[in-house]
Each structure stands twice: as C-alpha cells, then as structure tokens.
Design a protein around this ligand. Sequence first.
Ligand code: SF4
Ligand code: SF4
Length: 342
Amino acid sequence: MTWSRLFNDPVGFFSEALMKRGVRLIFYAALTAALFPSSRFILLIALVVTLAIMWTADYQRNGSFKVCYLAAVLGILVVGYSAATIDVWRVDELRIPSSPWGNGISRVEDGTYTGEGQGFRGPIAVQVEVRNHRIIGIKTLEYPDLISVQDNELAAFKREVLEKGKLEKPLQPQMFRGATQTLTGYANAVESALSKGIPQFPQYSVFSTVFLNAFLGKTPDRVTLNALAILFAAFMVFEYTLQSMLVPGTGRSINCYNCASCVGACPIKEVEGVQMPMGLVLLTRLGDYDRVMELSKYCVGCGRCAAKCPIGNSGPLVISAAFQASRKQKREMLLNEKRETA
Ligand code: SF4
Ligand code: SF4
C-alpha cells in the first residue's frame, strides 16, 4: 500500500487499509474518541503504550526506528501539554478578580448566556438570563444527573440563586450519591454562562483550548467507562466473531481458546520465547506473518498438536495460513507498485 494511492484511489486505499487489524483498531479508537471526549486521554495512553511495546520489539528484532519517531511525538505532546497547562494556570489566576460569583454579578452585562459544568454523570448545560445585574432566569439545557440527585436539591439551589439574583456557593446537599458533584457542576455551569457576559473576561489561548480538547478531552467520568465498553464490544464482535468473514482464508486458524493443549503435546514446546504452536496462532491472529515464517523452521510437522486441539488447529495449518496471507500481501504490494509506475 503506497500513500500516493490515497489520492489516486481513495476508496481502494481505505478498503485495503481496513483489512489490517491494527488499522481497524485505530479506526475504532478514533471513532470512540470523537464521540466520547472523556475517553480521549485513556485511549491516547493505551495507543502510546501499545505502539511503544510493538515498536520496541521491532527495534530489537530488525533495528526499526519507528520507536524513535514515537518518542519524538511523545516529546512534542509533553511540551504542548506543559505549555497549555501553564496558560490555563495563568488565565485561572487572572480570572479570580473578574469572577461573576457573589457581588461579581455587577460586572455581568444584560443578556442571555449559556454555560457548561461537569456533573456526576456527564456535562450539565444551562442558559442564564441577566437583567440590571441580577440573575432573573435559569434554564437547564442538559442534565444527565437526574437519577443521582433528587430534583428538590437542584430546585432549592435555583430558587436561592433567583431570590438573591446572584450566584453563591451551594450549601452541602443531603447525602445522595453524587449530589455534591452535581450541585458543584450545576453552579459551575451557571458561572461559565455568567462569565460570558463580562467584557474582557480572561480567556485561554486558542492553542491550549484546542490542544487540551483534542488530546485529553474532558475529565474521565462514567461516560468514559461506557465508551470504552462500547469500543471493547465492537472490537470483540468485529475482530473475533466476524474475523473469518472479514478476512477470507484466515478462518479456522485464527480462532484459539489459549488452552495450551497443543503446547503440552508439542515436542518443541517453546522457541525464542514463543510457545509452540499456540504462539504461532496468536502471531497469525495479530497479522505478524513474517515472525510465523521465521519460526516455522522449528516445527517438525509431527501433527501431535492437531490431535489435541479442540478446534483442529495445528502448527502446519497455521504456518501454511501465514505463508498464504503473507504471499497475498506481497502480491498486492507489487501490484500497487506496478500501478503507481504505470
Ligand atoms: S506439528 Fe509442529 S507445532 Fe505441532 S506438535 Fe509437531 S512440532 Fe509441534
Ligand atoms: S490447542 Fe488449539 S485452542 Fe488450545 S491453545 Fe492450542 S491452538 Fe489454541
């Protein structure tokens, strides 16, 4: 697969790329990160750790420098994160004297503003109306915490804000699960809306806003767990249940219960840190056909593993599948190169 094909034949480029498990995993992760910003930080860490393990092994095996590029990207991320954190800290300090809390409402101009805060189960959004430096209306736009906080707590807080016409720290709520976080998130949403009505309210730089949002998203919360569960389910369904349909020819050899019955029967048992032939099955499932071919010389073809495996795998079967898949890959690469030069 060559990059110039991306421009000449984008459909072919993407369908071919999606045949690779690593590319599909990155696709699922990117989709999850786009839909659930709170999962971005965890996914980023998982991606970096996975690539670091894979590319360090590549470096030890064939001197590939991909791990150095990863280190460079990590360095850029650390520098970017430090710069963004310093900017956020500096702006937060500048915001203290301009805060809309309490009598700071006198700085807020008339108008209707929207704001967001982080609740117990996700973001809370409100719309606040200000007239003559008093809060005269609060409308709740988004409120996923309904099931964790009794509504009367929130209604009492809103009533108090409207009676006073200004925002003051909510009192400690009763001991409902998540109530403190919800009320704090609600008050922060009102604060964020009011701050939009203050002229020259200090703002974070575009760089730190975009950087933190793109790479870290929001603070991980319960939605994060749901997002990661969806990612895991999608991965399991598409990669393991439908694998033989997605990649014709890999079928039976791609399944394995990791029961190690084959390892017990194999006279070789383990070579170069790989258990035989169970490790070959795993490597084939991961698409590392070159490694399977390297290790194939150790298999003496006795067939003892085939007699033990509950699903009929054997060293020779897996090795032959890896050879076929590798040959297919190379043929496609050659065809693409020919297409490029034609
Ligand atoms: S066929 Fe190969 S992998 Fe299977 S038991 Fe014999 S030597 Fe081991
Ligand atoms: S016996 Fe079959 S299912 Fe069990 S680990 Fe070996 S290849 Fe996998």
